[in-house]
Design a protein around this ligand. Structure first.
Ligand SMILES: Cc1cc2nc3c(=O)[nH]c(=O)nc-3n(C[C@H](O)[C@H](O)[C@H](O)COP(=O)(O)OP(=O)(O)OC[C@H]3O[C@@H](n4cnc5c(N)ncnc54)[C@H](O)[C@@H]3O)c2cc1C
Length: 398
């Protein structure tokens, strides 16, 4: 195949797309605004729908080597850490979905993806911030802030929630502040009392806020994300170094594991969470979008990156099948991906509302429903995630 594709954005979505397209023999140039493709200090959960694609791309062994395998996903009460509900991951993920559930440091994942893309022959152009594009019959022209101009037969905008490609193509597509602010960071495990943190993905639920923690890598770091309702984000930036005292204050009176984790934080960042209702269209002839650029979502199902990884796989398969009609491949890619990603966007929003319930009756009902479900109907609790984790894009997509 002789197509030369331009990818704008070198996050998880852009790198996975570049690797998947090189695997089918396409020429790929990747334009990234920063000086190098890097990631900030935080963790990420990789569910089986994403890890099976890494397996198909020959990346899973390298990723597993630097990942932590959680045993369960658990919900606990803010007050005393009482268990509300528990769903097995670990071996259950392998038995049920044929692929592992993993926790990994974002920078480790990035390094693996970037190295693979480089060795596969992706042409990286760092310090290239896209500022303009225009479409002709047989190519797309790109203009960058450094004055450089390039042309490609197809363009894939993987440039994240504030996507320049999306904004240049479509009007009125700016994301909205969700009313939620996240604090995130890493804590060295050797600073914590022994056995304080179980080897699970744990979410502590309290009125209007929640606290997530899980181990990374060989268990030497605990990743945390603390989310609070906060209607008035005044900062221009979406992420800023945060004051630990404000976090201590917001979570005072919470259970011992949460308080101990917060006490041991060295550095943390505040992150305004933005969202966007599903786009009706994200493709225009020779240009399409992928990942957060087209379906940004709140992080409560831990699926944003997983959706970008699925997108990358589906798009590459369609381009391989429709070698002679790449524009048709882009249109079909959107058709296959729009309904699923919109459903996950909606589920993520609902999950956030459920996490932050604040009135006593709703909390009691939620805890009873989840607790009884996971204790007496464990298979039903697992089944409720099958539509996400069991989606096997490698076998076929629908
Ligand atoms: C608190 C939190 C926790 C999360 N946890 C999980 C989780 O556990 N599991 C999960 O699957 N997902 C999770 N997510 C979601 C996940 O991080 C995102 O969905 C994912 O990183 C999106 O990847 P992307 O490549 O589409 O976009 P991005 O990661 O945003 O990458 C976009 C890239 O494009 C570049 N770029 C932007 N504009 C331009 C331009 N004009 N020109 C050139 N380059 C440009 C940027 O520099 C960047 O490198 C979480 C998100 C948050 C906020």
């Amino acid at each position: 195949m002789s197509l030369h594709i331009g990818i704008v954005g070198g996050g998880i979505g852009g790198l996975c797309t570049a690797i998947a397209l090189r695997a089918i023999g396409l020429q790929v140039s990747l334009y990234e605004q920063s000086d190098s493709a890097g990631e900030y200090g935080a963790g990420i959960q990789l569910s089986p729908n994403a890890t099976r694609i890494f397996k198909a791309l020959g990346l899973l062994d390298a990723i597993e080597t630097v990942s932590f395998k959680p045993q369960n996903a658990q919900l606990r009460s803010w007050k005393n850490a009482r268990l509300i509900a528990s769903v097995p991951l670990g071996q259950t993920s392998l038995d049920r979905y044929g692929s592992p559930y993993l926790h990994i440091h974002r920078s480790n994942l990035h390094d693996i993806l970037r190295q693979r893309a480089q060795s596969a022959g992706v042409h990286f152009r760092f310090a290239h911030r896209l500022v303009d594009l225009s479409q002709q019959d047989d190519h797309v022209s790109l203009a960058f802030a450094n004055g450089k101009l390039y042309q490609h037969e197809l363009i894939i905008g993987c440039d994240g929630i504030k996507s320049a490609v999306r904004n240049l193509l479509f009007d009125n597509t700016h994301p909205q502040f969700s009313g939620h602010v996240a604090w995130r960071g890493l804590i060295k495990t050797n600073k914590l009392p022994d056995n304080l943190i179980a080897p699970n993905a744990t979410v502590h639920l309290g009125p209007h806020q929640h606290f997530v923690h899980y181990y990374l890598g060989s268990g030497d770091y605990v990743n945390f994300v603390a989310v609070l309702d906060n209607q008035d984000w005044q900062q221009e930036s979406w992420s800023i170094p945060a004051d630990k005292k404000a976090l201590e204050c917001a979570f005072s009176g919470w259970n011992t594991p949460v308080q101990t984790l917060i006490k041991n934080i060295d550095v943390c960042y505040m992150w305004a969470l933005f969202h966007h209702s599903p786009l009706k269209n994200w493709t225009d002839r020779r240009i399409t979008l992928l990942g957060d650029a087209c379906h940004p979502m709140l992080p409560y199902m831990a699926q944003g990156a997983a959706m970008a990884i699925e997108d990358a796989w589906v798009l590459s398969r369609l381009l391989e099948q429709k070698e002679q009609e790449p524009r048709l491949a882009l249109a079909e890619y959107q058709k296959y991906r729009l309904a699923r990603t919109a459903k996950v966007q909606a589920a993520s929003e609902e999950q956030g509302n459920m996490f932050h319930l604040a009135d006593r009756t709703s909390i009691t009902f939620r805890n009873l429903k989840l607790g009884l479900g996971s204790r007496y109907l464990p298979d039903l609790a697992l089944q409720s995630m099958d539509w996400i984790y069991g989606y096997d894009a490698v076998k076929g997509f629908h």
